[in-house]
Design a protein around this ligand. Structure first.
Ligand SMILES: [Cu+2]
Length: 103
């Protein structure tokens, strides 16, 4: 009887482990391109890279100076487009999401 219980516990444990891994894979990442008002020189890009890249939930950041845009990849379970816009605002820049598909 004890053995059966142990086996059941084992099965339950591995099942919940598999579930946890599934949840990790599902952690949705999203990439949003922002038009960044006020990012006009290499120093500004550095400022963005130093601040936005370390915002909670941000996993990737690509700044493009000539087009004044920043591509931000973030985890949707940790942050949101709104939070990132707020983070840009904190460093004195206005970020507007660019919806390329809409055009
Ligand atoms: Cu600048």
């Amino acid at each position: 009887m004890k053995r059966v219980l142990l086996l059941m516990l084992c099965a339950l444990f591995s099942f919940s482990m598999a579930n946890a891994q599934d949840a990790k894979k599902k952690s949705n990442k999203e990439t949003v391109k922002f038009q960044v008002e006020g990012m006009d020189c290499a120093n500004c890009v550095k400022k963005v890279e130093k601040n936005i890249a370390f915002e909670k939930g941000v996993t990737d950041l690509k700044c493009d100076l000539p087009t004044h845009t920043a591509e931000v990849t973030y985890r949707t379970d940790k942050t949101s487009e709104k939070d990132i816009v707020a983070a840009f605002k904190k460093i004195g820049m206005e970020a507007v999401p660019v919806k390329e598909k809409a055009k």
